[in-house]
Design a protein around this ligand. Sequence first.
Ligand code: GSH
Length: 266
Amino acid sequence: MLTLYHAPTSVCSQKVRIGLAVIGLEYDSRVLNLQKGEQFDPAYLQLNRDAVVPTLVDGDLVVTESSLILEYLDREHNGAALMPADRADKTNAQSWLLRCLAIHAAINTLSFATAMRESILASQTPAQIDVLAAKFPDPVMGAKRKDLLLNGLGSIYVGQALVHLHRTLADLHAALAQAPWLGGQALDLRDIALVAYIDRLERLGMAGLWTTRFPRVGPWLAAWRETPAYPTAIAAHVPAGSAEMMRAGGSKHWPQLRHRWEALTG
Ligand SMILES: N[C@@H](CCC(=O)N[C@@H](CS)C(=O)NCC(=O)O)C(=O)O
């Protein structure tokens, strides 16, 4: 039996849940409350030493990193049916899976510099934020979180996030010129790896990043939302009030963010 340690609205957890749903795999669900700091429990740190979700356990094997988990599930439990066989396409898929590290970092930046920041600052003092930042096993992750919470859109991470997302959306738009999915006529691991990140941007009220410049991205996301996997893996896990909080908290900053994005990307 597969066991997935995950969190309801974490994008990397959504990404793996989408993969599980598309493949049609059952799993034993272990939900961590990241707001309560359950990711720092010593028992969980034995599985994931960076104190992040998701983590997959398959028998005696522990797999971390959402892109690796997707590739593992497809390879070991799906006959690699979602990984292209063609040499160039496979290399392209592997490249997208690797790029997810930078894409996730950018999504984390925009989430914590806007909506998550508002929600956390409403309930935590700067001293409590210091305590939280010190808990991250990787001190750079802790320093980033603190910088985003204290400085919001003034954080040094925001420019980098906008540049990476601009490249991501440009490449996604270009790849969708020939077919409705990155996988061609049917979705594959590339589509699965990206949907939760793009969905998060839309939920933050930041779809303006693609509506005029990269118009193939919106229909791709809309098509994803029509799949049976989307409600199971993403929509069903969003707690009451969370969607409204994210949209309001993100949208409020969109005008300022757009100005910065336009200045950076021309
Ligand atoms: N590169 C990792 C990133 C994992 C990650 O940072 N996950 C976030 C949720 S999307 C997390 O657990 N954050 C912990 C926290 O906010 O304390 C992956 O793709 O699995």
